[in-house]
Design a protein around this ligand. Structure first.
Ligand SMILES: [Zn+2]
Length: 405
């Protein structure tokens, strides 16, 4: 029994236009690989995506993408107009990597494998978007919806989805995007339909400080911080919806023989559920006060008390797209038609932001395989058959949503 989405995909992939587009992806695969390499070797550390953004803009322009611009936060956007003033489908990949400036980004090749930091997450996808533009043009495909291609900033870490926030909350296309597909990392076996929310805090504890021996008995901010961290570690959190916490990065103090006057730790709180995440955040912040009060109660505050300052350094909203939504169903059907078995799952991606606003959004893979993401040994395999098959399945998803004119 085939459902409607399977029917749409089955018909779409048999059209001469789609076959022609797919043939272009195959024929131009080596060009796609060259562009993966060029983009990867143009470093894009967090908050420093401009050079890669400019290169992508130039490549997209060479492909004939219209209305190209780099917006106020560094997203590069370009429009492929459809036949009418139909809904806007946004297709995105992120420019930024997790790697700091100075990381060696030269691509090493071993057979069909490419090794370099960021090569799969998410540089391959940037090149795949370019390949899709060429394939659509070569097949003279017109869509009903306008397609907004976006190479965005701020997906990773402390970037805190600032590219998406701008796009959906204050940019030129705010309130116009009706559906969103982000292409992120090679893996075709997962369609992300839920966004894990996260809240990140840096908690700075300060106190009077003093000599470790001579001023013994004074309050010590490190004890308050350790108390907070220990208590957080014993929190009960639900297994489902999956809810997690971590004390992650820490520092402070000045000398082995000094009671520190300043110490800090960064904490990561996450949940599949917006409600559970809020609950965890409230418990955590209450605990900060508890830990500070406990330290001030057991040692002397004659030179001043310990205090804490909580700074929110990350806030990714949780959200989900119903599994029955046509966007999800098209992606499932398109992947299945190309031999992929995709499960639906949760992750933290650019799609979180539109999901949290109730805009249908998913994440799909860019094709081929890869591994060791976020490590210096990151790799992808561009073996043509699997690579092109993945790209073709992705393009079928985009076209099913945008609609052939
Ligand atoms: Zn990514």
């Amino acid at each position: 029994m085939t459902d409607e989405a399977e029917q749409v995909i089955a018909e779409l992939i048999q059209t001469p236009a789609f076959r022609s587009a797919a043939a272009t992806l195959e024929r131009e695969h080596s060009r796609t690989i060259e562009e993966i390499v060029r983009l990867t070797e143009t470093a894009a550390p967090p908050f420093q995506e401009a050079a890669r953004g400019k290169l992508w803009l130039d490549l997209a322009r060479a492909n004939g993408l219209q209305e190209l611009e780099m917006d106020a936060v560094g997203n590069v956007t370009g429009l492929r107009r459809g036949t009418g003033n139909g809904p806007l489908l946004c297709v995105a990949a992120h420019l930024d990597t997790v790697f700091p400036p100075g990381t060696a980004v030269t691509v090493r090749r071993e057979g069909t494998k490419l090794f370099a930091p960021g090569v799969g997450d998410d540089t391959r996808s940037l090149a795949v978007l370019l390949a899709w533009m060429r394939a659509l043009d070569a097949a003279a495909i017109r869509t009903r919806a306008d397609i907004l291609f976006v190479a965005d900033v701020g997906e990773e870490g402390l970037g805190d989805l600032r590219g998406m926030r701008h796009l959906f909350q204050e940019g030129r296309y705010t309130d116009r995007i009706a559906a969103f597909i982000t292409v992120d990392s090679p893996n075709m076996e997962q369609i992300v339909t839920g966004g894990v929310g996260s809240k990140r805090y840096r908690i700075q504890f300060t106190g009077p400080g003093g000599h470790s021996y001579g001023a013994f008995g004074l309050v010590n901010p490190l004890y308050a911080m350790a108390d907070l961290t220990g208590r957080l570690g014993r929190f009960d959190v639900p297994v489902s919806p999956k809810t997690t916490f971590s004390a992650s990065v820490t520092g402070g103090g000045t000398s082995i023989n000094a009671i520190p006057n300043s110490v800090w730790t960064e904490y990561d709180l996450r949940s599949e559920s917006a409600q559970e995440l809020d609950r965890l955040e409230q418990r955590f912040l209450a605990l900060v006060d508890t830990a500070v009060a406990a330290e001030n109660a057991v040692r002397s505050t004659r030179n001043g008390p310990v205090s804490a300052r909580a700074v929110k350094i990350g806030d990714r909203p949780a959200g989900r797209t119903p599994e029955t939504h046509v966007l999800v169903r098209y992606a499932q059907a398109a992947l299945a038609a190309h031999g992929f078995t995709a499960r639906l799952g949760y992750s933290s991606t650019d799609a979180n932001l539109p999901m949290s606003l109730g805009i249908p959004a998913i994440k799909i893979g860019s094709g081929g395989t890869g591994g060791r993401g976020h490590s210096l040994e990151e790799w992808i395999d561009v073996e043509p058959e699997a690579s092109v098959r993945g790209m073709t399945a992705g393009l079928a998803t985009v076209l099913a949503v945008a609609g052939l004119a």
